[in-house]
Structures are given as structure tokens and as C-alpha cells.
Ligand binder design. Sequence first.
Ligand code: SAH
Ligand code: SF4
Length: 347
Amino acid sequence: MKNIYDFSQTDLENYFLSIGDKKFRAVQILEWLYRKKVTSFDEMTNLSLKAIQALKENFVIEPLKLKTKWVSSDGTVKYLFELNDGNLIETVLMRHNYGNSVCVTSEVGCNMGCSFCASGELGCVRRLTLSEMVLQVLYVDNELNKESERVSNIVVMGIGEPFDNYETLLKFLSVVNYPKGLEIGARHITVSTSGIVPKIYEFAKFPLQINLAISLHAATNELRNKLMKINKAYPIEELMKAIDYYLKETNRRVTFEYILIEGINDSYEDAMNLVKLVRGVNCYVNLIPYNEVATNPYKSTKHEDAEKFFSILSKNKINATLRMKHGDDVSAACGQLRAQTMKKEEK
Ligand code: SAH
Ligand code: SF4
């Protein structure tokens, strides 16, 4: 039996056509699953009995299984889910004044091996399926609905490299954006990549107005090579060329993510290198305090030094924000919770 949440609109249309039914059943199903949020096929009352029977024989409606949940003092909630094959993934809800943002995981682990990141440590076990991605959002949305709230923003910045799970990512974006379903506006969705250059060119052609964030973290190849292995495959010049193409093609802005690591990428010179690199590019720079991870020696830049770094960018007319930490007391950084839990279970 297949989980119905693994089927995108096109997949469902193809299924219904294959059983001699109508294509529009697909949109009916999406509305039942993501707007009315039914938990059984019998509740889909505008479907024919024959269609309901076919669905029951071939599909199940199966939610994600929660393993643990942590609530931080600032309202951030971290969910650890156990997948059917026993793998663990995490999802984070962040509450902002502009709405509720969910940080979604795209893979079990990550193959990119960035030296500062807990997700890279264990490699990539497998890519997530469509259901495993959309159900993270649905789970959190269901919880928020109990408080008469909803998920308003999505960031695909959890564990994994979304562009390494590209086809599923595109289906995910279409499903969460579907207007009669969760209806999360494309402009409220951000996908973050470590910089898989060929996929940036492809993503420029994707019709939805999704925001793109690039994990830059260093403005020279010498430094970026040390922090992010991917830079050896796609160095900064190639990355910037792809971004330039993306900007021209989409008329949008990109966000550069820059985590501040003490003594590594936070000097005056580092800030000036960043200024030179992004000057004239239609972008925001998001400065993020590094979340310390037990398995590497990196430390977070002290707040006053982060402020200095920020002011160098501002003085040079670079659009930048210095982000505050979210949910530090529940290990909200990328992959930390999963890594911790897996280590505890190994013992
Ligand atoms: N793989 C994608 C998306 C997931 S990582 C990417 O790298 O963009 C999401 C963001 O969290 C990235 O910008 C990543 O560099 C950052 N990150 C990873 N570990 C971190 C840590 N310990 N503290 C702060 N940010 C971290
Ligand atoms: Fe993977 Fe992103 Fe972590 Fe790098 S920062 S290892 S790309 S999840």
C-alpha cells in the first residue's frame, strides 16, 4: 500500500486516468487531504463510491510518527520524527512576529560534508520521499490549527541538501503551495542550497516564485574550500555566474546565508571580501550566529563582533540582517538534535 501523501497533483491525475476516472479527482483529493485534512477516504464525500473503493485498495493515509518534541523558552518547537524504516528526521517551528515558519528536512543526513554542520557528519542515508516532506508541514500545521493558527512560511533548511533531492523538492513545493490545500504562498517559501550550480540554473526555470537562499559562509575560494567541500566542485566564480543567471531569469533577489564562526570567517578582511563579492548583486545577506556543535571545535562569533561585521556590510550599502538565535536551548541548528539522539541510542 502506498501513502497517498507521496502523490503530487500530476501523479494523482495520472493514477485516476489510468483507472478510467477523471483527472479532476486529483484536485479534490488534494483539497480533502491538505485543506479539510480528513484522515480516511470515506470522508471524501464528493468522490464516487468506485473511486473511494479504488483508493482504499491501493493507498493509505498515514501521518508521520512523532518520537519526541521539545519546546524552547522562546516558543520554538523542535520535532523529532521516526520514519517507517527507523530513520530519524527533525523539523523546527519558529514563531516570528510575521507568522509561523517551519524548517523542513529534505534528506536523512547530508553528503555535502560541510565542516561546521552536524548533518554532514553521518553522510546521507537516503533522500526523503514526498510524503515525508509534506507531512512535516502538515503535522506542525495541525498542531497550530488547535490554537487557531497556521503555518505561514516554510524554509527548506533542515537536514539535507534540497537540491540533491530535486524532483521530490519540486513536487513538495507545488503541493504546499496548492491554493486549495495548505496554500503557502510561494514568496513565503525559501529553499536553501549549499550551491549545487547546475540545479540553480534549473531552478531558475521553475514557475513558482520561491525564494532562493545560498549558503555562502565565505567569500574566497581558499576559505570556502575549507568549510564547504562543495566549493571544490563549484567554486565561487561559477556559483556567482549561476546566481547572476538566476537573477536575470527570475527578476528576484537571492539571500546569502553567512554563519559567523569565531576566528574563521568573521574578521574585517572577511567582511570586506564579502562586500566585494556581493556588491551590485540583487541580494540580502543573512548573518547567522553559529550554533555550536559538540563534534567540532568551532565557536560562535561574540555578539559585539557580529555587530561589527554587520556594520561593515551596512556601511558599504549591502542589505544585511543579523539574525538572532532561535531555540538555542533545544539545539535548533540544522541536524543537531538528530545527531545527538542517534549518539545516545548508539550507547
Ligand atoms: N543543505 C542546505 C540546507 C540545509 S542547512 C544548505 O546548506 O543550505 C541550512 C542552513 O543552516 C545552512 O545555511 C547551513 O550552513 C546552516 N548551518 C548548518 N549548521 C549550522 C550550525 N551549527 N549553526 C548555524 N547554522 C548552521
Ligand atoms: Fe549539508 Fe547544508 Fe549541512 Fe552542508 S550545511 S552538510 S549542505 S545540510
